[in-house]
Ligand binder design. Structure first.
Ligand code: NQM
Length: 358
């Protein structure tokens, strides 16, 4: 299996992440061949990803595969692939709401969706989860305009706002059926509003919850506890053995320090997020609103739907509301503002299969 020697590719920042965007048609159809090619494109496995597009961190080692959708409620299908940095592994087991921010603009740039004369809305089916989203962004003169004055924490400067709305989600918001569970010796709330997440009071793990990501990552005792809790939560949440998967995420909660609703530190799952994922934030926001969750007594809930989630590089504002549907608690609406930017568009040359990798 040799795969193509060059592939059409667009590198984009999506929210606080960065990834390689492809049309599905430009990649091999067969999954093993596709993943093997993507490892060579991104430069994995290698902690520096020196010979590929990856940025040596899970947040910059990502791929979006976009295609026209056959679904009547979607314009395009978006498949997210997480490329491991130091393992030869490509996973479709999680979704990514940050790369999602680039999917609408990419669909317009590639001619999958025709741009409106001032703004464009693209209906996106997220293949990983089966959920839907709608992204709306400026397209003056029928072209994507990435420039604007919207700032998001974790990204220098400003860019055009991309409004992402998630319709009501019928899925089970409490995958264990409980508001609180004993997981790995502590009490947590397992919640899924687009990203399976375990909410844990930071104090239960003897940390303040406002440590820098690198300080949390270098705490070996904490890493062992996090691993143990994650494995237990994976079983309880019906995800099976999660040793080698990137979900569930674990979010440590502590009181807000800057006027928001809560302070977060999120394990994704070994590295600590430098901000917070979009769907991760959606799950945290939903968890905060669930009566009796571990967030009670920690989070400060404002009036109205908008919540400010504090994280290591600032905050994410997210609108969310939860109600009780026939099948239990469900998310009524979630909306968030992101930005994205085209960094390059062209041809990527993957390392040849015999490129010296052992
Ligand atoms: O939760 C990182 C990111 C993400 C996921 C991760 C994300 C989301 O920030 O929607 O975007 O949690 O692995 O890119």
């Amino acid at each position: 299996m040799t795969g193509p020697a060059e592939v059409r590719c667009m590198l984009m920042r999506g929210g606080t992440s960065k990834g390689a965007y492809f049309l599905a048609d430009d990649l091999p159809v067969e999954e093993t061949a596709r993943d093997e090619l993507l490892l060579r494109v991104i430069g994995s496995p290698d902690p520096r990803q020196i010979d590929g597009l990856g940025g040596a961190h899970p947040l910059t080692s990502k791929v979006a595969v976009v295609s026209p959708s056959a679904h009547p409620e979607a314009d395009v299908d978006y498949l997210f692939l997480q490329v491991a940095v130091d393992k030869a592994e490509v996973s479709d087991r999680q979704n990514c709401g940050n790369l999602l921010a680039g999917v609408g603009p990419f669909a317009v740039e590639r001619g999958l969706v025709r741009a409106g004369s001032s703004e464009t809305s693209v209906r996106i089916r997220m293949v990983n989860s089966g959920d839907f989203a709608m992204a709306t962004f400026p397209t003056p003169d029928g072209r994507v305009d990435y420039s604007g004055d919207t700032e998001i924490s974790g990204v220098p400067g400003s860019a055009a706002a991309i409004v992402i709305e998630f319709p009501p989600r019928e899925g089970q918001m409490l995958p264990t059926g409980n508001v609180r569970d004993a997981v790995g010796g502590i009490e947590g709330t397992c919640v899924d509003n687009g990203m399976p997440t375990v909410l844990i009071p930071a104090a239960a793990l003897d940390v303040t919850g406002q440590e820098a990501p690198e300080d949390l990552e270098s705490n070996r005792e904490l890493a062992a506890r996090i691993h143990e809790i994650r494995l237990a939560a994976g079983q309880l949440m019906g995800l099976g053995d999660v040793t080698d998967t990137t979900v569930p995420k674990l979010t440590l909660l502590s009181p807000p320090r800057h006027g928001g609703a809560v302070t977060t530190r999120t394990f994704i799952p070994a590295r600590v997020h430098t901000s917070i994922g979009v769907l991760g934030a959606a799950s945290v926001a939903a968890g905060l609103r669930i009566e009796g969750s571990v967030a009670q007594g920690i989070a400060v809930l404002p009036d109205g739907d908008r919540l400010r989630i504090e994280h290591p590089s600032g905050f994410t504002d997210i609108e969310s509301s939860v109600d009780r549907g026939q099948g239990g608690l469900r998310s009524r609406r979630t909306a968030v503002v992101r930005t994205a930017r085209k960094i390059f568009d062209g041809t990527v040359f993957p390392v040849p299969p015999t490129g010296g990798r052992s």
